[in-house]
Design a protein around this ligand. Sequence first.
Ligand code: R5P
Length: 264
Amino acid sequence: MEWGMKNRLAQLIQKDGRALFLPIDHGYFQGPTTRLEEPGKTVAPLMPYADAIMLTRGVLRSCIDPTNTKPIILRVSGGVSVIGEDLSNEGIITSVKEAIRLNASAVSLSIFVGHKYERESLLNLARLVNECEEYGIPVMAVTAVGKELEKREARYLALSSRIAAELGARIVKTYYCKEGFEKVVRGCPVPVVIAGGPKVDSVVEVFEWVYDALQKGAIGVNLGRNIWQHDHPVAMIRALRALIHENYTPKEAYAEFERIRQTG
Ligand code: R5P
């Protein structure tokens, strides 16, 4: 692996082999998502605790101070909306030249295995990898499920994650599943991070997913709504950070969450 690729990956994946990515890219197909109406304000207090932030070029340019030195994972696929016909019909919306100009540490793109536009999304990934490898930029593939949240089970996630890695993704973002997650990780030869999906009511549930995913070989998270839609997002991200980088158990992470929630 060349120096540039290694260096960018080292910005994202920390020395302990773990990673906490904070995605705020949801507006690219959902518009002003709850608690992300003003992305700059949402992310500012959370940024110190994230290893990287994931977002589109539009939000990066208009909402993030360019003196920020947190690594950027630039979402470069899109072109669909939540009220449109088919969420899987994505194209590439940002050039690699632009990613370089914006000093991105990685780019990310969704694939839609088993959806109507499966082939297009996979070819988009392959083309993006071809171009990004020339410049040493890692591609993080997002195994998207669109509106079909029931697809978040091991067999599907393993299939989708493996295909992403086979096509050249350097990191795969997938979902956690309670049954068989170890098979998802074992079948994917590149590092795996998990997304959270829609916000759930119990913070302990989130800590348990993340803990279990780490035990089963994930390197960390790319977790958004369960952090920034929470009433106490800073307590949430700091507890997750302890879980990921300091090997806290879910119980210890919850105690940390409560401590920060009460004392600030
Ligand atoms: C989807 O909109 C994006 O790819 C998100 O970055 C991803 O789903 C992770 O965010 P969350 O934890 O909110 O699902």
